[in-house]
Design a protein around this ligand. Structure first.
Ligand code: AMP
Ligand code: MG
Length: 317
């Protein structure tokens, strides 16, 4: 039977019965299961080859459900929710005991997101359970931004893929957490830091990625296309770049160099939307290397550059 389609009721019933669903969201496609069903959650880790130390984000249909999974929600988290509503922002909050330790990798916090994509919220509401979902790709590889990407990579490891079209944001959520009463950003993502600062009244500290992360979204090497990548500074003059056979060159914007650029107009929103598909296209091509121009280091451009740096990062030794 075809297992990719637009049947919301079927997707919800798969979730209720302990199965795995490829779930569309505005950021990337998730690999979703009932967050309160430990056996179903274990299947997510197996399907992705994801190490158990990497906790999952719990997706809810509405902020009113937050108290089902989290306790002592900070006032600043509520303020961010009031300002932003459903969005590409994930809140790390003190967890309730009902959330299995497998979901949170034994941490005493739980990461919670209410996605902006209405179809995702409808799916979660009709399943009637909180939904744990990491990105629907094998661990360490590029995240999926279409239903077909999920089918290409996870195929029969997922029971149903709900097609919600291409992802509008295209990079994962921004993750915010609180320590000693102050907000910090654990992962750059779809909500720019500047937007958080406007609401909070101060600039939250952004944690650097590392090879020994406290949150695995901070892993230095991730989103990798499996072949060498070089990053060129934003604004580089491509006419001075010495191009070579087998090396794919991707400028940020079109120009006299005649190369296919990532964006048509330089918009970071468009760059983010197209980023993972571009990395995937390179991975599947016969090109041996990718030279890519960085985005401007502001707004959504910071999340794009974060993903590019990690995609280009090669473990030493
Ligand atoms: P993914 O959905 O694959 O992008 O991965 C979700 C990411 O959320 C993880 O890699 C972690 O970085 C982060 N995360 C999830 N739960 C927590 C938590 N309780 N504390 C800190 N970070 C978390
Ligand atoms: Mg991921």
């Amino acid at each position: 039977m075809q297992h990719l389609g637009t049947d919301l009721a079927r997707a919800a019933s798969v979730l209720r019965s302990g199965g795995l669903v490829g779930m569309p969201t505005e950021t990337v496609y998730g690999l979703a299961a009932n967050a309160l069903d430990e056996v179903a959650v274990a299947r997510i880790f197996d399907a992705k080859n994801r190490p158990h130390f990497d906790p999952l984000i719990v997706h809810l249909a509405d902020w009113n459900d937050v108290d089902r999974v989290a306790a002592d929600v900070p006032a600043e988290a509520r303020a961010l929710w009031s300002a932003l509503g459903p969005s590409a922002l994930t809140y790390v909050l003190p967890k309730r005991p009902e959330v299995p330790d497998l979901v949170t990798s034994g941490l005493d916090t739980v990461a919670v997101r209410i996605p902006q994509l209405e179809l995702a919220r409808q799916l979660i509401a009709s399943a009637g359970v909180p939904v744990a979902a990491p990105s629907a790709n094998p661990f360490g590889f590029v995240s999926p931004t279409t239903a077909q990407h999920v089918a290409d990579q996870l195929a029969d490891r997922v029971d149903y893929i709900l097609d919600g079209g291409p992802c509008a944001v295209g990079v994962e959520s921004t993750i915010v957490s609180w320590t000693n009463g102050r907000a910090g950003v654990l992962r750059l993502g779809g909500i720019p830091v500047e937007v958080l600062s406007d609401v909070l009244g101060y600039v939250p500290e952004v944690q650097p990625s590392s090879s020994q992360p406290t949150a695995p979204g901070m892993l230095e090497s991730h989103y990798a296309p499996g072949k060498p990548m070089q990053l060129l500074p934003h604004g580089v003059d491509w006419s001075t770049v010495n191009r070579m056979e087998g090396v794919r060159c991707v400028p940020w914007t079109p120009g006299a160099h005649g190369l296919d650029a990532l964006t048509t107009s330089g918009s970071c929103q468009q760059g983010a939307q197209r980023l993972f598909a571009a990395l995937r296209d390179f991975a599947a091509s016969s090109d041996r290397e990718l030279w890519m121009e960085l985005a401007p280091e502001e707004g959504l451009g910071r999340a794009i550059n974060d993903r590019l740096r990690r995609a280009a990062h090669r473990a030493e030794g």
